[in-house]
Design a binder for this molecule. Structure first.
Ligand SMILES: [Fe+2]
Length: 132
């Protein structure tokens, strides 16, 4: 994901920019959906940190708002590049919090991460099939 955002910054061609921005948005939409459907509810039950999960949900909501705006625009539009860039910053921040705070708490809890992982990837495959 990080690579895609870096790659985007180097692009000049508008068709390529639009294609990559759409690819990024599609991947993030799937990420948000599977976490909201499966991962976050499971964590809410097993870890005692609602604040962390509330924050993550707000971050998803802001990202989805930006994604909707990007998808309704084209690279010629004012602020298109800026929106993609800010989306990248949101995502980096969000991923960092997930990796440094949420995953360690999940590992300490009694949640079955392997089973959850299987569920997540199944749902992901389903959603990607639908999007393709
Ligand atoms: Fe997330």
């Amino acid at each position: 994901m990080k690579t895609w955002f870096k790659q985007y910054e180097k692009l000049q061609n508008e068709t390529e920019k639009e294609a990559l921005a759409r690819k990024i948005c599609a991947a993030l939409t799937v990420h948000a959906k599977i976490e909201e459907e499966i991962f976050y509810p499971a964590l809410r039950k097993s870890i005692d940190d609602d604040e962390l999960l509330d924050e993550a949900e707000v971050e998803h909501a802001s990202a989805k708002q930006l994604i909707a705006e990007i998808l309704s625009m084209s690279p010629q539009d004012h602020l298109f590049d800026a929106k993609v860039k800010v989306l990248g910053e949101y995502v980096m921040h969000h991923v960092q919090e997930e990796e440094q705070e949420m995953f360690p708490e999940a590992r300490k809890s009694d949640v079955d991460l392997d089973a959850l992982g299987v569920k997540l990837s199944k749902r992901k495959a389903e959603l990607m099939k639908k999007a393709a």
